[in-house]
Ligand binder design. Structure first.
Ligand SMILES: CC(C)(COP(=O)(O)OP(=O)(O)OC[C@H]1O[C@@H](n2cnc3c(N)ncnc32)[C@H](O)[C@@H]1OP(=O)(O)O)[C@@H](O)C(=O)NCCC(=O)NCCS
Length: 164
């Protein structure tokens, strides 16, 4: 398997990955809207000969702690025929490595704690944030000591507000 950064020509493939993984177009539309808005700070596609998975990452503004550089790791999708082969994990790990390198302090996800816990994401850290997605599925990971102080209301990329 090789993971490489998305190029513009991959947009059709990225859209198809999300529709295949979620069985609907809402998440595909979300990623496309973030792209159009210029809100994607990281967009990685995994190829296993064919396009197999994608992860998107956008900036998250911590309104009361603006010095903490935070991002949302979402959505993540792997085409069903390529699932359970470690592609999702590889996309998450690769993203976290890139984000640390880019000086990010905090990453936030919304998903199964059973899945994201293996990367160090923790619902307890996310409890200090005030988001539209508060609850047990919201998890956060401090990428630096600064990130451990994350708290208060947040502002997501505009496109998330369109997602039901
Ligand atoms: C969630 C999702 C991204 C996971 O992708 P994935 O590539 O299947 O994930 P991984 O392979 O890294 O891990 C999945 C499971 O496969 C197992 N696995 C990983 N590599 C494996 C291998 N080589 N052989 C067998 N199993 C393996 C993992 O241990 C994990 O098992 P567990 O969760 O039952 O403990 C994918 O299922 C998906 O796209 N789902 C629909 C969309 C979605 O819900 N997205 C997340 C919210 S935004």
């Amino acid at each position: 398997m090789t993971i490489r950064l998305k190029e513009a020509a991959d947009w059709q493939a990225i859209y198809a990955i999300y529709v295949a993984a979620f069985g609907q177009s809402a998440e595909a539309d979300l990623v496309q809207s973030m792209h159009k808005d210029g809100d994607l700070l990281l967009s990685l596609i995994a190829y296993n000969d064919l396009p197999a998975g994608h992860i998107a990452c956008s900036h998250l503004r911590l309104i009361e702690a603006p010095s903490i550089k935070a991002c949302v790791l979402a959505p993540l999708a792997v085409v069903p025929s390529f699932q359970k082969q470690g592609i999702g994990a590889e996309l998450v790990r690769h993203s976290l490595e890139r984000l640390r390198g880019d000086g990010y302090d905090l990453a936030v996800v919304l998903g199964e704690p059973h899945y994201y816990g293996r990367f160090g994401f923790d619902p307890k850290l996310a409890e200090k944030l005030k988001t539209p997605y508060d609850g047990p599925y919201l998890q956060a990971l401090a990428l630096s000591d600064n990130g451990k102080g994350a708290h208060g209301p947040v502002s997501y990329a505009r496109a998330f507000a369109e997602l039901n």
